[in-house]
Design a binder for this molecule. Structure first.
Ligand SMILES: O=C(O)CCC(=O)C(=O)O
Length: 421
């Protein structure tokens, strides 16, 4: 038995070892293929969502799938508990008519509209602004053509440096996002315009010309809106100081956002809930809706007025106004059929300028306490790198006194709160 068994065993052993060798090779091959697949997927992810969308995927890759409570249809009720709100609630934002603002006989009434919008929604739309239709259409068109360029041409501008004059990337904060967002972007520093334009993308060949004309128009509009806001807040005489500073130097960053059609839009967001860092942000969007604003504990979808700018109060203006004006959370939903483009222009004082509540708005004896700490860009960068960024907005981290309703809105999407950068 053993004599027979031995060779058999040997045969079996040999067979087993050959099988084992084969199996080991297969496992190794598989691991190699998996590794390749993994690095292929991460390269694909780095290539951004335009690339994924063009590749014709029908299922959202896992890295883009938000946890259930953070998905676009999981709302936050007034009691702070997550509730499901599947219907989209649209909002017609207050309208600020610049033609009327420029008419001395109507200015006071428009200042009231602007002031009420900044206190209530933190958002408004601007019509009759006088920015040439060709400048607006040209900007959206050149932006679309930039994202149609072959990836290697776009990828020349990828940079991890948040201060780079030009930066192409994907998601919200690519280096930190646990779940990626369905957005690709091109960020362009716009101040001082004549110095930075030469570092902007060289393709499409008309980008520098078209985008610099748009940037100049956006800055002009910002200055006009700031003058109006400061006049409403502080009165003409006190407004002059900040306006003079802004005329001498400012910060201006433009982000071109590209949100391709998404195979499973109910599982992800184009941009998570965030507030903006500066004084005012001017958003130009195409005809596709997607921007949502947090108001009284609910997400409201902005109904875009063709040719209008959507304007929102940023953290700096909330701080400067000692809390009178609201820098509110907003986010972007995507959809399965229509790609969307937007151009957001972030305007503020120079990065090194310390921003605090205007002295005219603080009077402890009269019951108007200082509500915010002073802040500057270095504080903002330190906040980004800190643990606070996980469950607070930057604005909350600067608050000395809390306004409960506003605080509630800033906590409503707590697990995905991240400041914009
Ligand atoms: O795409 C939009 O409408 C909004 C963009 C935005 O919120 C941002 O760029 O910070």
């Amino acid at each position: 038995m053993s004599l027979v068994a031995a060779p058999m065993a040997a045969v079996v052993d040999l067979a087993t070892s050959a099988q084992l060798q084969q199996a080991t090779m297969e496992v190794e091959e598989e691991a190699k293929a998996e590794q390749q697949q993994e690095s292929y997927s991460s390269i694909l992810l780095m290539k951004g969502v335009r690339h994924l969308s063009d590749s014709g995927i029908t299922r959202l890759p896992d890295r883009y799938v938000l946890p259930a409570p953070d998905r676009p249809d999981a709302g936050a009720g007034h009691d702070g508990l997550a509730t499901t709100t599947t219907s989209v609630v649209k909002v017609k934002l207050p309208v600020v008519d610049l033609a009327r603002l420029r008419d001395p006989s109507q200015r006071a009434a428009v200042l009231q509209t602007l002031d009420a919008a900044c206190r209530g929604y933190g958002f408004f739309q601007v019509v009759n602004h006088g920015v040439d239709g060709d400048v607006i259409a040209g900007m959206l068109d050149v932006a679309r053509r930039f994202f149609e360029l072959p990836l290697p041409e776009r990828a020349r501008y990828m940079s991890p440096d948040v201060r780079a004059a030009v930066r192409y990337g994907t998601s919200f904060n690519q280096a930190k996002d646990a779940v990626l967002c369905w957005r690709d972007f091109l960020k362009l520093a716009c101040h001082p315009l004549r110095d930075v334009v030469a570092s902007w993308p060289r393709e499409p060949t008309d980008l520098r010309d078209v985008a610099s004309r748009y940037a100049a128009a956006s800055h002009g509009l910002f200055m006009e809106l700031m003058e109006a806001a400061l006049q409403a807040l502080l009165g003409m005489a006190a407004a002059a100081g900040v306006l003079g500073e802004l005329a001498a130097a400012s910060s201006h960053m433009m982000t071109v956002n590209c949100y391709p059609a998404c195979p499973q839009p109910e599982l992800t967001l184009g941009m998570p809930a965030h507030s903006d860092y500066g004084l005012f942000t001017l958003v130009l969007q195409d005809h596709v809706e997607g921007l949502q604003v947090m108001h009284a504990g609910r997400w409201l979808t902005v109904d875009p007025i063709p040719g209008a700018f959507v304007v929102n109060v940023g953290d700096h203006l909330e701080i400067l106004s000692n809390g009178a004006y609201k820098s509110v959370l907003h986010r972007v939903r995507v959809n399965s059929t229509r790609p969307r483009m937007s151009v957001a222009s972030f305007h503020s004082l120079p990065a090194e300028r310390v921003v605090g509540p205007a002295p005219e708005l603080v009077d402890e004896a009269a019951g108007k306490p200082r509500r915010y700490m002073d802040t500057d860009f270095a504080t903002f960068l330190a906040y980004l790198a800190s643990a606070d960024g996980k469950d607070k907005t930057f604005l909350q981290s600067r608050m000395l006194l809390h306004d409960h309703d506003h605080d509630h809105d800033h906590c409503a999407a707590a697990s995905i709160l991240r400041p914009s950068n």
